[in-house]
Ligand binder design. Structure first.
Ligand SMILES: Cc1ncc(COP(=O)(O)O)c(C=O)c1O
Length: 467
């Protein structure tokens, strides 16, 4: 039966109530579902929209945290998956299939063309598991257990990935973790770690970090031998869960030079920002840096089957140093995921996201700046491509207002907005150090009309939130 033409709202509602009661009893609440006040059950998704079981349309401004970059139910990628289900739906990852090999080739060639480096690709299932693989490569090559990572950084919730993820809350109840990272302030200009203003960055946070390499008593290096206790720096080129923070242009270039002097590997976590979220295949391309390892996941299959992976420079991952069995997971290069990802790569090659994403991002950001002028509670708006941020504050435009942010998110989730003449909802994700930032990741196919609609819906939700 067509899910949109169900019999009557009364039956629907009681079915929804019944499902929610079961959820409350049988589902773990340990994931992120219960961050929301009011739970919804969704039944359809298409383009940039999802629909609840009443048929209410929700404009999705987070697209599964930047997984469905190419739109829900993208027919081109869906058809590839359907064909794969009919041809080779399952195959033990111990054996080879065409799509895995061609996908690895495409990613490796893309990186070689962009960064001028040869390397290999290793697949896994989720972002965190690919991060674990990157940690292994680092340890194997450097023989060092410890890594640098950024405050505000997020790399996943497996034990190893959580150890380099900044939030203490994620580790708090779970005992001893792998070696905890040394966390370094991220160049977050709106809340500058060195208390400079947003527009007067002198990279003093980088200079403070660099100083620590000057004496063995600052605990990181032996300046005589240049040997550093840390094997790698895990970097998000645009900090995602931290609140879609765009760093100043020159920061990573200086950081890479410093790390190279001490043979510290630069691990580029593109799980969230890769696959054109920022207008380039890899967000680090904006910053003129050649990473040693790239980690990807999320949008590589447009969400159709879990797949993630790492690319590493040849000398870090060649069979001589990373032999068979170094890392593996049952589902790691599954045939449906690799087919979907190969479809995504083909789609990318046939599209012009490097032109369309920055153009739409600029239009969206201009409109957000319009809202910022209207509401003093919008402390900051910024973005790179279609990774956009709205930081919600009290009236002073500085003090984070988590309560208002959550209120606006819950208003969107209720599905009762009426801007643009039809009842709709708005799906928003919250990130940021103080959970007061809307992190916007719309479909890369969003139209200008949909951007206008997004602004109208957000405006309505915001003004209702202030009441
Ligand atoms: C930058 C980054 N790295 C790693 C991860 C972990 O990915 P996953 O949730 O697929 O394990 C995420 C997830 O949001 C992320 O944003």
């Amino acid at each position: 039966m067509d899910k949109m033409s169900r019999p009557s709202e009364k039956i629907l509602t009681s079915k929804e109530e019944m499902l929610l009661a079961k959820e409350a009893q049988y589902c773990s609440w340990g994931d992120t579902v219960h961050y929301a006040k009011e739970l919804k059950i969704f039944s359809l998704s298409e383009g940039i929209y999802v629909y609840d079981s009443h048929g209410t349309q929700y404009l999705d401004l987070q697209m599964w945290h930047s997984v469905a970059n190419f739109g829900y139910k993208n027919q081109y990628i869906n058809n590839i998956v359907k064909d794969q289900i009919d041809a080779l739906p399952q195959l033990s990852c111990q054996y080879l299939h065409e799509e895995k090999i061609l996908l690895a080739e495409k990613i490796a060639k893309n990186i070689e063309k962009t960064f001028g480096e040869k390397g290999r690709v290793h697949f896994n299932i989720g972002g965190a598991s690919a991060i674990e693989d990157a940690i292994k490569i680092v340890r194997n090559h450097t023989k060092k257990n410890s890594a640098f990572a950024f405050m505000g950084g997020y790399h996943g919730r497996t034990l190893g990935a959580t150890a380099i993820t900044s939030s203490f809350r994620y580790r708090e109840h779970f005992g001893h973790f792998a070696d905890r990272a040394h966390f370094v302030p991220y160049p977050y200009q709106f809340r500058c770690p060195s208390d400079r203003g947003k527009d007067c960055c002198d990279m003093s946070c980088f200079k403070d970090f660099e100083k620590l390499f000057g004496s063995e008593y600052y605990s990181l290096v032996n300046p005589k031998t240049k040997n550093c206790e840390y094997g790698a720096f895990f970097v998000e080129p645009v900090q995602a869960t931290g609140g879609y923070i765009v760093p100043p242009k020159g920061y990573f270039k200086e950081l890479k030079k410093l790390l190279d002097r001490h043979q510290v590997l630069f691990v580029d976590d593109e799980v969230h920002m890769g696959f054109y979220r920022t207008g380039k295949m890899w967000a680090i391309e904006h910053f003129d840096v050649v990473p040693d390892i790239i980690v990807f996941g999320k949008a590589c299959t447009n969400g159709l089957n879990p797949l993630s992976g790492i690319w590493a420079k040849e000398h870090l991952i060649s069979p001589e140093v990373f032999p068979p069995g170094s890392t593996h997971s049952t589902y790691s290069s599954n045939s449906i995921g690799t087919a979907a990802a190969l479809g995504v790569m083909n789609l990318i090659e046939a599209s012009d996201f490097s032109a369309s994403v920055p153009e739409k991002g600029k239009y969206f950001l201009d409109r957000l700046n319009g809202l910022k002028k209207k509401y003093p509670q919008i402390g900051d708006v910024d973005g790179l491509g279609l990774a956009l941020r709205i930081e919600i504050c009290q009236k002073d435009g500085r003090t984070p207002d988590r309560e208002l942010t959550e209120k606006i998110m819950n208003i969107g989730l209720k599905g009762k907005l009426t801007a643009a003449g039809r009842q709709r909802g708005l799906l928003l994700s919250i990130g940021g150090y103080f959970k007061n930032v809307f992190t916007l990741a719309p479909s890369l196919y969003i139209t200008h009309q949909e951007i206008d609609l997004a602004i109208d819906l957000f405006d309505e939700a915001f003004s209702e939130g202030l009441r």
